[in-house]
Design a protein around this ligand. Structure first.
Ligand SMILES: *Cc1c(COP(=O)(O)O)cnc(C)c1O
Length: 464
């Protein structure tokens, strides 16, 4: 059919109502009252403009008014929305990583509501230091002399490199020249920090003598990067941190470690694989250790650096620190989370990330069995539902090769495609996100906290 076949002899656009007329029609006057005249006017104009561009039949003015209202509703809906993470990846960078502990949420809300002593010493009435709020807890939990917190771990690494080795050489093993999420590549970060990268050893084997050569070649800093999102296996050799530290210190050089995830507790207490803690890493001789706030720590996005007082003081004096500093909300959240680590026995209860990681498969499976009848009913006519074992992953590069035994609903479409089923679930409020695996859509229940919200969301599925 040609495009002109639909067009009646007289241009239908002449029948478009004026924007003034539209604004008098329901529900626009009430919306103007609530959201302001200008925004409703913009929505009405956009509705008319869209119609002029599309051509064709002109709907009734009442329908146009509702069209404008729908447009406005779309603009007003927050872009950042809650989603239900049933992907099986606990620390999902694209889904905002760690959900915060209740105590942190309360502390953030309280700090958000009013003024705080962010950089103000209440006792003396003088200017204070924003890092002072977290110093004591970070030092207590890691054994460090001093600490500093910046926007994220990428910023922490940049700050460390620029402060300690601007225009100088930094020695890193070729096996640790990592890329994280595409944009963070160690060689590029080095260049931007003003450092010259001194590649040491080979991809699979690096020896102490390689680092000795690097010090002879003028390295100003020895660095170790936690290979957080891959492992080098087979014929491999790395230099123990204590030996690297000793070598650095013999030459009067600092030794720093980018730990990536950085856990403050031994994860083996929950049957998870061993990951060196920040305290152990410092005890092994590192002068500075950096790690993320929103990975295994289970807190807000932040980059934490702990270590020797004199080096931390130099980081604080770097003008770049000002561009990387955290706000009162981050400090409030971390300030509420760190004390939880004083009592590891209760941590898994209080910190959602650790609770999700520690959740045993049997418990997840029991949850799935319990919810199954209601899930089956809500998906009737759309998908067959079974409870299956599956594997979750920690995510965000933490312990990349470790899989966590879990349980999921496997959804197999009875009509339509797997993609259409995924789209339907993403169209729910809040969107339900799973992952495709072996011809099914898996909803891994490891991270499900609010079952009522989940079942209510599924209730929004319309019959196909
Ligand atoms: C995740 C990670 C980073 C980046 O940390 P962000 O907090 O996401 O900026 C840097 N280095 C390593 C080794 C990491 O695992």
């Amino acid at each position: 059919m040609s495009a002109t076949a639909n067009v009646p002899p007289k241009s239908p656009l002449a029948a478009l109502p004026s924007v003034e007329r539209l604004l008098r029609l329901e529900p626009l006057p009430e919306l103007a009252e609530r959201h302001g005249h200008a925004l409703v006017l913009e929505a009405a104009r956009a509705e008319l403009q869209a119609l002029r561009e599309a051509g064709g039949e002109v709907p009734a003015p009442e329908a146009l008014a509702h069209g404008a209202a729908a447009r406005l509703a779309g603009w007003l809906r927050p872009s950042l929305r809650r989603v239900i993470n049933l992907t099986g990846t606990v620390l999902h960078t694209n889904l905002g990583r760690a959900p915060l502990p209740e105590a942190a949420i309360e502390a953030m809300a309280a700090a958000a509501r009013g003024n705080v002593n962010l950089e103000y010493d209440v006792a003396s009435g003088r200017r204070g230091d924003r890092d002072s709020h977290l110093d004591a807890w970070l030092c207590r939990l890691t054994g460090a002399e001093a600490a500093i917190v910046v926007n994220n771990n990428a910023a922490a690494v940049l700050l460390i490199l620029n402060t300690l080795a601007n225009r100088r050489k930094v020695a890193v093993s070729r096996g640790e020249l990592i890329e994280i999420g595409g944009a963070f590549r160690m060689p590029d970060v080095m260049a931007r920090a003003g450092c010259r990268l001194l590649e040491v050893g080979t991809t699979n084997r690096t020896h102490l003598k390689d680092f000795e050569q690097a010090t002879a070649d003028g390295a100003a800093l020895l660095m170790k990067v936690h290979t957080s999102n891959y492992v080098v296996q087979g014929f491999t050799a790395t230099v123990p941190e204590s030996e690297l530290a000793a070598l650095a210190h013999r030459h009067g050089l600092p030794f720093v470690i980018d730990l990536g995830s950085g856990t403050l507790v031994d994860l083996r207490r929950w049957g998870l694989p061993y990951e060196p803690t920040v305290a152990e890493t410092l005890a092994g001789g590192a002068d500075l250790v950096s790690f993320s706030g929103d990975k295994l720590l289970g807190g807000p996005q932040a980059g934490i650096v702990v270590g020797r007082r004199e080096l931390v003081a130099r980081l604080k004096r770097n003008p770049l620190k000002r561009a990387m500093r955290v706000d009162k909300l981050t400090i409030a959240a971390l300030g509420a989370i760190l004390p939880l680590y004083a009592d590891p026995g209760r941590l898994a209860e209080a910190v959602p990330t650790l609770r999700h990681l520690a959740r045993p498969q049997a418990e997840i499976r029991a949850l799935a069995e319990r919810l199954a009848p209601e899930v089956v009913q809500r998906l009737a006519g759309r998908a067959a539902v079974t409870v299956v074992p599956c594997v979750s992953e920690i995510g965000s590069g933490a312990l990349p090769t470790e899989a966590l035994a879990s349980a999921a609903f496997a959804l197999r479409p009875t009509g339509g495609s797997l993609n259409a089923l995924g789209r339907a679930l993403r169209g729910l409020e809040p969107p339900v996100l799973g992952r495709q695996h072996a011809g099914a859509l898996l909803l891994d229940l490891r991270c499900l906290d609010d079952e009522t919200q989940f079942l209510t969301a599924l209730g929004g599925l319309r019959r196909p």
